[in-house]
Write a protein that binds this ligand. Sequence first.
Ligand SMILES: [Zn+2]
Length: 167
Amino acid sequence: MNLPLAIREDNNPFTILGFFPGIQRLLIFVRWTNYHCPFCEGVFRRDYWPNNVRLGSGERTCKNCGKVFDDSAREWPELRVAKKLRFFFPPGAIAMGVSFFLFCGIGPIVVAPRDVVNWLVVAIVLAVSLSPTLTWCLIRMFFVFRSIHRYESESASMHRRLGTAGS
Ligand SMILES: [Zn+2]
């Protein structure tokens, strides 16, 4: 694929606040990345955490100017292990999963009176507190399967094209 790459632009407008005391310091976590069409510079995507991994063929047609470019998405079989892990556990999902687990799982178990807590209660509470993470992983898995399917049918049709071209 030799398409021109999408332009990436990181926005950290509140970095400077990190140097000052006070609650507004938390704004340094507000940052985003814009992705622009390399031809007309129209924004086609905005991510709120850095190096977000997207699944896709990478080929994208600009809605503005109609030209085709590489949006840097790749299919699952083409990704390295680190990127695969990042797809399943981006920073936002980790933060959300861990805090839900602590507040709704570990928290109540530690606070509850000893005679109430038995293994069944612990198991149920832990299952409930892990359910958002499990749901998240199931949804991600669905996207992974779709990506693998896309990749395989794409390479199958490519082989067919090459096969007919060669004969
Ligand atoms: Zn464009």
